[in-house]
Design a protein around this ligand. Structure first.
Ligand code: SF4
Length: 413
């Protein structure tokens, strides 16, 4: 009987690996066949191509791996202690299918996909010496329990829900200090000030390059499909190589003719490779995403730590503030700045319509969408809410709705 179960599990693993390879290869081929494909995108595509091949990732990056499930955990700290930071941002339907019988059908697709990655015998997630999970939402808070020993090490960061209070900020700083202690123990050495300063500078350079690329997107020199590929490639952790390639790409983009398309803003739940359905459909409907607020895109980097105190603890304090106060995730109770920033960006970038993306099961973004719709419309902007998951079946319906939205924007312009 045991042999039958083992054989069934082996077959399931084999099938999952084959499905995954097919899913990633299909998206990769679709991207390379786009009219706006440039050879400069290959570095980013090659990095993402490592996702289903942990052994190739290991050959390329030798440092011990620390996985992070959310933008709230400071990358600089992980990097400065000699680990390779890897953000667990699976968005593959082949991965989520693996755990469909173990999680609620309405669970967040991102969570299912991450959990599915841990179900595989071989995955980048399983290679992580430590997985750091800030409890950004209820699904993430439950993730550690569902891992059932499949992660070699798990560290949970308790995220205060009220961000703008002194109490919340003190608690978060304590969480960042605790993460430092946990990483130091794993690394077998203390955090050095020089290493932290070096890492802060490396990430500040990446932040500057990323913002120049976002400016290029605002000037319609690059599409959001490609910036999503590039932002996801950043999450693979090769920060210096990535920054260099973004800067090279910027030089090429300046020579490109601008793309056409009605300018829109994309808000809501995150989007990751290989499921780029939403930006691709928006572009197919004749619109250009000139700005967004996604934690998988514009918000991937928290920005330079600005405090004057350059001692290790002073730098930790600045990092904690930068990551916590600067984050506009709707999982916080107080998010007035999120809406204010969004409205300001609409004005600054001459955008008249907001497309609000809700991943089915993503309650924080779902809850906010109703209030956002009301306020955004009251301010005179057009708004459409699209709810979807990682399947492809609703593509035609979404396209029809997006085309109607584009027509509405034309009528109102
Ligand atoms: S915030 Fe939304 S997308 Fe992110 S993990 Fe939670 S439910 Fe999923």
């Amino acid at each position: 009987m045991n042999n039958v179960v083992t054989r069934r599990e082996e077959l399931q693993q084999l099938r999952a690996r084959a499905d995954m390879a097919t899913e990633y290869a299909a998206e990769m081929a679709a991207l390379r066949s786009r009219k706006d494909y440039l050879a400069e995108y290959d570095y980013f595509l090659d990095l993402l191509g490592l996702l289903p091949h942990p052994e190739r990732f290991r050959e390329r990056f030798k440092k011990p791996l620390v996985g992070l499930t959310c933008v709230q955990a400071p990358l600089e700290l992980v990097d400065a202690l000699g680990f390779h930071p890897y953000r667990l941002c699976a968005h593959a339907s082949s991965r989520q299918r693996l755990v469909s019988s173990q999680l609620p059908s309405l669970a967040c697709p991102l969570l299912k996909s991450i959990r599915g990655s841990f179900h595989l015998d071989e995955s980048l997630e399983r290679l992580c010496d430590l997985t750091v999970i800030p409890g950004s939402c209820d699904w993430m808070a439950k993730l550690p329990e569902t891992l059932e020993g499949r992660a070699p090490g798990v560290h949970v960061m308790e995220l205060p829900r009220i961000r703008e209070s002194e109490r919340g900020q003190r608690r978060w700083l304590e969480e960042v200090r605790e993460l430092k202690r946990v990483l130091e123990k794993r690394a077998g050495r203390s955090l050095s000030r020089q290493a932290l300063l070096r890492s802060l500078e490396t990430h500040a350079r990446a932040w500057r390059a990323w913002h120049l690329l976002l400016d290029a997107r605002s000037q319609s020199l690059i599409s959001a499909t490609w910036t999503t590929v590039i932002s996801h490639a950043f999450l693979m952790g090769d920060t210096e190589g990535w920054t260099d390639r973004v800067n090279r790409l910027l030089r090429v983009l300046r020579e490109q003719p601008p793309l056409s398309g009605t300018r829109v803003f994309l808000a809501g739940s995150p989007i990751f490779f290989p499921n780029l359905k939403v930006p691709q459909l928006i572009e197919e409907a004749g619109m250009h995403i000139a700005g967004d607020e996604l934690c998988s895109s514009e918000r991937i980097l928290a920005g330079p730590a600005l405090g004057r105190d350059r001692s290790v603890d002073g730098l930790l304090r600045s990092l904690a503030e930068q990551y916590h106060l600067g984050c506009s995730c709707p999982s916080f109770t107080d998010t007035p700045r999120r809406l204010a920033n969004l409205l300001e960006t609409l004005h600054q970038r001459r955008i008249s319509g907001v497309i609000y993306h809700v991943l089915k099961g993503c309650h924080p973004y779902d809850m906010d969408s109703y209030r956002y719709e009301k306020i955004i419309k009251e301010r005179g902007f057009s708004f459409i809410r699209i709810e979807t998951d990682l399947s492809r079946e609703d593509g035609k319906n979404l396209l029809v709705r997006l085309e109607a939205f584009r027509d509405l924007l034309h009528e109102r312009s």
